[in-house]
Design a protein around this ligand. Structure first.
Ligand SMILES: NC(=O)c1ccc[n+]([C@@H]2O[C@H](COP(=O)([O-])OP(=O)(O)OC[C@H]3O[C@@H](n4cnc5c(N)ncnc54)[C@H](O)[C@@H]3O)[C@@H](O)[C@H]2O)c1
Length: 267
């Protein structure tokens, strides 16, 4: 409780579902963990109806939340919301660059358009967000940016190619930004989740054959903890890792990767 008291936090890709959803994404689950820790949270997404409903549901539970539209690939959207945050709160303490997309396509099946789309949202979106948010954070000489990479930013797989490139880019741009923003006491870290049951996985299941899905889920067996617990990592577990990096408990932590993958990449 109260680990993020008084903090103003912006979380991208966090409003596509509502509290009624069967499973919350990493963004939505992180919003809830941040609310529980006392933060003021700006939910943002491209799904405005769901995002506004999610914000209203949380407001009715007494949390201090707002919804704002940000397509992370659009610089103008970032500028609008960052200037609204400055006018409304005078500062921004935390940015979580969570918005992301994945397509189950490999080197042979990925088109140039697929590549551009994946890297636009996952990699360019993260760059634009860090640039816009850190300009405001610099005025306050403090801040924490948490970028959501993936264990697939650490290792390859048979399932994708553009996604790996985009998530590797997120990790390394986080390290570069950590060095460049340290003079302003702004910390930048990345989180590398393993197999997390989120709407992204639900959609993947719907879009591939049942044989391919079985093969993909069989991959869970490669993770020591997923195998032992016989389950996917819940999104709330990633949210708790993000809370730590965002909070003052991590005030000496910058330029690093927090891997939450059940031990999959330890092998
Ligand atoms: N689920 C996993 O197993 C897993 C593992 C590792 C990393 N990740 C990463 O975690 C993050 C969250 O993924 P998730 O699993 O919760 O998926 P998700 O599909 O549930 O959530 C992604 C969110 O990003 C939003 N989004 C997509 N394009 C956008 C854009 N252009 N602008 C703004 N928002 C946009 C979507 O509307 C959605 O709310 C992603 O970056 C993903 O790559 C997920």
């Amino acid at each position: 409780m109260n680990r993020l008291d008084g903090k103003i936090a912006l979380i991208t890709g966090s409003g596509a579902e509502t509290l009624k959803s069967e499973v919350l994404g990493i963004g939505g689950a992180t919003v809830i963990e941040f609310c529980k820790e006392g933060a003021t949270v700006i939910i943002s997404d491209v799904f405005d109806k769901e995002g506004s409903e999610f914000a209203s549901e949380l407001k009715s539970k007494g949390y201090d939340v707002y919804y704002k539209h940000i397509d992370v690939t659009k610089n103008a959207d970032w500028d609008n919301v960052i200037s609204w945050i400055e006018k409304t709160f005078g500062k921004l303490d935390i940015l979580v660059n969570n918005a992301g997309i994945s397509m189950p396509i490999n080197l042979f099946t990925t088109t140039e358009a697929d590549w551009d789309k994946t890297n636009d949202v996952n990699s360019k979106g993260c760059f634009l967000g860090m640039k816009a948010a850190s300009a405001l954070m610099q005025k306050n000489n403090s801040g924490s940016i948490v970028n959501i990479s993936s264990m697939y930013g650490l290792v390859g797989s048979p399932y994708s190619v553009g996604y790996h490139a985009s998530k590797g880019a997120v990790r390394l741009m986080s390290k570069a930004a950590a060095i460049q923003l340290a003079p302003y006491k702004i910390r930048v870290n990345s989180v590398c989740p393993g197999m997390v049951m989120s709407p992204m996985q639900v959609r993947k299941k719907a879009n591939i054959s049942s044989e391919k899905w079985e093969e993909f889920v069989g991959f869970l067996e490669d993770s020591p903890l997923n195998k032992a617990k016989k389950e996917w990592i819940p999104t709330s577990q990633i949210g708790l890792g993000i809370v730590y990096l965002a909070s003052d408990e991590a005030q000496w932590v910058t330029g690093t990767d927090l891997v939450i993958d059940g031990g999959q990449t330890a092998q």
